[in-house]
Structures are given as C-alpha cells and as structure tokens.
Write a protein of this length. Sequence first.
Length: 420
Amino acid sequence: MTQSFQGPKGTFDLLPPDSELWLHVREAMAAPLRTAGYGYIETPVFEDTALFERGVGESTDVVSKEMYSFVTRGDDRVTLRPEGTAGVVRSAVQHRLYAGQLPVKLWYSGSFFRYERPQAGRYRHFSQVGAEALGLDDPALDAELVALGVRAFADLGLREVRLLMNSLGDATCRPVYRARLQEFLRSLDLDAETRRRVELNPLRVLDDKRPEVQAQLADAPVVADSLCDACRAHYAAVRGHLADLGVDWAEAPRLVRGLDYYTRTTFEFQHDGLGAQSAVGGGGRYDGLSEDVGGPPMPGIGWALGVDRTVLAMRAEGVEAPVSSRCDVYAVPLGAEAKRRLLVLVDELRRSGIAADLAFGDRGLKGAMKGADRSGARLAVVVGDRDLETGVGQLKDLATGEQVAVPLDDVVAVIREKLT
Ligand code: AMP
C-alpha cells in the first residue's frame, strides 16, 4: 500500500461548514478597519530572515526558537513570517509610502508560522488579521486603532474580551528602566537560563509564568515609574482619547509582550475561555522599527488579532455565528434531458442571487431527495424527462413536504417569491 499522509504537527485543516466561521471572523475584524481608512496590503509569506532578526529581535523566543527558516536553492536565507508587522514596515519603506499622505493605514489577513509547542489555541500555522498605522506618533491614532480592535470583538458578539494596556517607554527612558529592572532581577534566585534572559531580554522575565519566579517579582520596578515626560504625556493622551471613545481597559504595569520592537503604547486583548492561552490579540507602538530595518524614521502603531483563538473564544462564550445557508434550492432531475434543463435552471437561479445546487451523479428519486434534505435547501425542484413535454415541474417545500406543480417557464419567479 502506498503511504498516506497527515497534516503537519501543530496545523489543522479548515473544513466546511466550520470554515465559514473563520471567514466570518476575518470579515468582522476587517470591517471596522475598512470604515476607518485602512487599505488592504498583502506581502509575501516569506521574507529575508535578517528582517525578523533585526525587526522582531534576536533575543526574542519568536526569533531564537520559533522561526521556520531555510536556505533557498539560490542560497538566500528566508523565513516563513512569524508575524506581520516587520513585512508591512519593510514594504512601506521599500515603496516609500512614508513620502505620501500620513498616516499610512494598512490592514492584512493571512497565515503566520511559529515552531511552537502545539496545544489548544497554539498552533504552528495560525491566522491573524492585523492593522498598522504608519508615519505619525499621534496618540489619537493609538486610541483609534485600539478602539477598532474593541469594535471587532464586540461586533462578533464577544462580551468577555478584556483590554490590558501599558506603556513601555521609548529610546530615552526604556534603557533606564531596563537597567533598573536588570539590577533588581540580578538579586533574585533564578535558574541559569532565566539569568541569561535577565542579561539579554530582562523585560521578558516579567512574563515568566512559573509561580516560583512570579513570587519573586512582587517588588519588581514597573516601567510606569521610569517613563520620561514625553512618554508620560503620550500615554496620558492615549488614555484620554480612549475614555472619550468609551473604551474600557485595565492598566497592566507588567505587560511586556514577546516582540522587541514595541515602544510606548502596548496592549493585549485577553479572554479566559482559551485553555492555556489568554491572548486573542495584541499590539502596540513600534516607533523605532523602521530604522531598525534600515528605513527612515517612521513611527507606527499596530495590532494583530488571532483568528483561531477568536473562534475558540466565541465557542467558549457560546456565541452563535450566522450560518449562511449554502443552498436555498435543490434541483432533482430524473433523466438525461431533465438534467440538461435543470443545470440551466440552477445557473439562472444563481445569477438572480439564489443559492442553488443540483443532484449530480444521476441518482434515483430517493437518493436525490436525501441529497436535497442534506443540502439544507428550503425548496426542491423535481423534473423528469416526461415533464419536459408538458413544461411543468414539481416544486416541493422541504420543511412542510407540500408540493405544487409549476410551469418551468415561471419557476424562477415562483421560487423567488416563495423565498422572500
Ligand atoms: P503576537 O504577534 O504574538 O502578539 O500574536 C498576536 C495574536 O496572534 C495573539 O494574541 C494570538 O491571538 C495569535 N497567535 C499568536 N501566536 C499564535 C499561535 N501559535 N497559535 C494561534 N494563535 C496565535
């Protein structure tokens, strides 16, 4: 027997009818952005590996442990994108978008790849919808973007998404905080790997989930106490705008996030129904990222919402997703001539906006009617070869079982009337 295959570990296939929910979530996340001037951007699924090393940061888990990197046949080092911001910023720099009208507002939707330990809500191939606003450091832009994320979750019917906010400071005050934090962390009783992290990426130590580490962090300095005046004013303005917009949030002085490029406003959308994970989305400012990847000064703010985890959150809250009936009318031909006629009828129905399907495969009446029931259609049209002579077919209401004879020439109009 020849070998059969399974999808790779940490991935899953999206199959109908569940796949409709993923489409619905992506559309609901994008809809608020489209009404706010965000244009759709698509960048390659792979980029130069160095883009992520320099952008996301070599000391992060994402870059040091989780990237799908390989050398191409042409000896280029490339990586399947683990996140969307670096590629969008690369593209904005390459195409000099910063030279036009600011801010540049962009949104994307697509697949991302991280070699993580798979578990509920954590996959190696996952789906995000993201948004980036480039070129300005206006705090109103931060508030607008955060509010658009809040809207997306609310429009999906989710009621238990929490917004956590923090400010991480900038190139002036962050190094001061980093040094203060390092000094504190060096005094703790930590294992060798965590001590290494203290030197490389001390802010990430705050994120350590282990109770024995958390217990020692109670008195750790918080970044809010080290913010410079400019960052303090910026964050105060963001909060003011968010309050004006009626957005609720909780201050999270320890929120740091896993990517190095964040500055100033940082936030996460959390939900408790995901199992081991809690983040359904996150983002923040990255005012130095463009320069880190060789571009001009170009501040930016963005978020990425996890589509797969949002679906988990919806299931946890028991949110009903609108299921679009895939089929309104099911056509059942009995004979070759009837099939020719009904294939055309089905095409006519679809052109007039009615979802229709046909019993393919030359099944008998019983088998075809089973297909009609399974299709979820409300109406079935049954036509035999002999009916073509009289020009009259049978229209059956699949819910009530009621059946009426309808002239084939009128059938589109009759169906349209019955469906409205
Ligand atoms: P991040 O870039 O890590 O802030 O991720 C943004 C969002 O993408 C997270 O809040 C998750 O909802 C989602 N996400 C990140 N990594 C994964 C993963 N491995 N599997 C599923 N969703 C993920």
